[in-house]
Design a protein around this ligand. Structure first.
Ligand SMILES: C[S@@+](CC[C@H](N)C(=O)[O-])C[C@H]1O[C@@H](n2cnc3c(N)ncnc32)[C@H](O)[C@@H]1O
Length: 185
């Protein structure tokens, strides 16, 4: 099992959500988002225990390194906020089954490479999310930026499409369902 030390943990966990309360580096997905998308087999970058609610059947949490771990099944991914987030998206694209939650920074190189060029569907959320503190408390301030759910694989794309009336605007993408599938073709 690959394990990480404390310094890497803080570097990987830092992001724009920190501005709302500086002492927190873990921002939890609003439970209605994760819970509204069906069941997930794995959260490879889960909140530290004790977490207020599960996000998948299996959680990988620090100091185990979820980026180095083997992934199986349908993955829920709200990656650490930093440039390393794109490494997590890249791994999910390669894995080919799951949904990620990221900021809708649609013009950035990482978004072009890992989302526009690889994902199977996007659900742009209307309004702004309020993330939660590690104890489950909802942040008073919103995230300060728009968020988008990113599907990899046809099953996850369909789940996002089905949520469009309720949550936002769905955009189908014409990419192959997985990087593996493209390579094999
Ligand atoms: C944005 S939070 C998301 C938490 C949870 N997945 C959710 O959706 O509510 C990102 C989490 O990734 C964890 N993390 C950061 N680097 C990690 C690593 N290399 N392996 C596993 N978890 C990591 C942090 O501890 C933090 O709790």
């Amino acid at each position: 099992m690959a394990r990480l030390g404390g310094s890497r943990m803080s570097a990987r966990s830092m992001g724009s959500h920190q501005s709302a309360r500086a002492e927190t580096t873990t921002w939890l997905t609003p439970p209605h988002i994760n819970g509204g998308l069906g069941s997930f087999d794995l959260d490879p970058c889960a909140a530290p225990s004790p977490r207020p609610w599960p996000t998948a059947r299996r959680h990988i949490e620090l100091p185990e390194d979820g980026l180095e771990a083997a992934w199986a099944g349908r993955v829920w991914l709200n990656p650490p906020y930093s440039f390393a987030a794109w490494d997590w998206l890249s791994k999910l694209a390669e894995h080919g089954e799951g949904t990620a939650l990221v900021f809708a920074r649609t013009e950035t190189a990482g978004f072009v490479r890992e989302v526009w060029d690889k994902a199977t569907g996007l659900l742009f959320l209307h309004g702004r999310l309020h993330f939660h503190y590690p104890d489950g408390t909802r942040a008073a301030a919103n995230s300060g930026a728009p968020s988008v759910l990113v599907a990899y694989g046809q099953k996850d794309a369909q789940i996002l499409a089905d949520k469009a009336n309720e949550w936002g605007t769905y955009v189908p993408l014409n990419n192959a369902s997985t990087t593996k599938a493209r390579t094999a073709a």
